[in-house]
Ligand binder design. Sequence first.
Ligand code: CA
Length: 690
Amino acid sequence: MKATQFTAGCFMITLLISSCNTKNSDKKIYDDKAIADKSTTAEWLAYGRTHSEERFSPLKDIDVSNVADLSVDWFMDLPNDVGLVSTPLVVDGILYFVGTMNIVRAVDAVTGKLIWEYDPKVGDAIKGKRQSGWVHNRGLSFSKDKIFGATWDGRLFALDYKSGKEKWIVTTFDPSRALYITGAPKAFKDKVLIGNGGTEEGPTRGWVTAYDAETGKEAWKFYIVPGNPADGFENEAMEMAAKTWTGEWWKHGGGGNAWHGFTYDPELDVLYIGTGNGAPWNRKVRSPEGGDNLFLCSIVALNPDNGKYLWHYQTTPGESWDYNSNMDIVLTDLMIDGKKTKAILHAPKNGFFYVINRETGKLISAEPFVKTTWASHIDMTTGKPVETPNARYENGKVYITPSYAGAHSWHAMSFNPETGLTYIPVIHDALYYDDSGIDLKNFRAKPFEGGVGVNISQGEIPASTEASLLAWDPVKQKAAWSIQQDGVWGPGTLSTAGNLLFQGSSTGIFSAYDAATGKILWSFDCGLGISAPPITYKINGRQYISLLVGWGGGWAGLGHAALGWAYGKHTRRLITFSLDGKADMPKLPPKYFAKPLYDSTFKIDESKANHGAALYGACGSCHSPDMKAQGMAPDLRESPIPLSFQAFKSIVSGGERTNRGMPAFPNLSDQELEALTHYIRQRAHETKDE
Ligand code: CA
């Protein structure tokens, strides 16, 4: 989807309670060895629990025999939050998570009491500026004595993990650029890595930067695609990559932005980054004579000390569908042909499940985990996909699955070494791709206006988006079981040695499954759609399962209107469960569907409304493309604000609500703002009886 968003910056720390009731280690050193330790049970030290990113816990106090007794142990209301998509961390008895507008909170992991809060003041950073971005963020990183986080407007910060005091904060890109950060940083070897998103927002050349964890000083930088050869190449890898591009790609930036998918392998001392799609999507525009366009849609292995290129595996050469490879990079050892093999598991948007040898970068196997019409299979000799005729819409409109929404996107998959299965939240979607009528030669994306160089549509085939939970055997490269689900996507998964698999859902139901069979063993109605993955930890002999409940994130505003999640109606929460939980958690209000306002005195001018419809595009990613808001932002049809031109103007172009996540659009003229109000009234009238 066309992602248009928001941002922020300054900082305030509120020290509410300085004590924590679980002092279980005075001198514990949380180095890479500790973060890699898979036997840890008291903590959740990295985004995917350990450096492996498996999201598997050896805990089995809660298992298939007793999971039915799971109940709420404690909960925390988050009334000012909207989208909650983050994976919490647990360190030394404290649970850390990032909420809306990149606010970081530390809470006692046993009682749920707030210890401190850090607000990077994203609203101040974006105020009055034109922005693309999102109010949500997927997580934090931790190493030694610091928590690392990043902001929508491109800042990276380090906090003392005990006090929440800011140790340093750096700007990773000029905040006036059409870029944003929604991902978790990645701490490794006394450094911390961050990338950014924005490939659809305008011309961009993706990169990642590693900063010194102690000082915030830049340590190294790696560009994902080559720049203009006339300027000289930064390194040999860029020189090599440039041979796979044609035309004047640098004028389009090239893309490849790394907004998710960083994994550090302490065993091999290698850093892997997942890279994004092309800018623009259509290769005919950015590299007209073809080419693989390295390092788009790849896993790139780097030397963690200096960022030097080691090897790459490209999942989608010559990317033309927004098939990024920014998805989870999971490290594990698999028995393949009787031999223990150090593997990477990777299920990117393009619909193929890849097993890659992480010592060599060689492809071990790849099979489709969904229906894939763009490629029939992966040729094991070349390691490349065998594309189907017209997959690149070279002969006109073509129906392609998976779509840009991805067969699998940012919702975390997990791998359980005991069942040998990977648990993937799968998105089934197909769309038409068509570039006929586009002036490919002169096409230029513009900052903040974006442009992908291809038209996508649902055409005459009705919306077919569906979600499923897939248990995939990476050795056999086939499904063990699969469950069809409600909604267009499901959130990330967690599996445990209790033979359990946990996953929330867009419908608000949090469930535990038998990890081997997929049988539902327990479910709990959280009262609001879930977008975040659960975690588990054990303190004072009790195993906890913790989950952020807060409908939001990319795509949450599309195709979910029937769920009835409304902005400001359903309180966001952090809920923690245990077998002995006795918390009395009030139920949230029932589903809510907006009641469009009807103002008989407002005379809708058809041509102004049409103009407003054309301007509305950027609003749709939060307020929904059809204006039936789905919980991430107010439903404009029932809002009284657009009925007052001055009130509307002060928010939309004046930025009065930037601190609530509504970006300013200072470029909009009064005439354009008025056109938007006519379109809003038109939609309100059209849908008032629906
Ligand atoms: Ca993309």
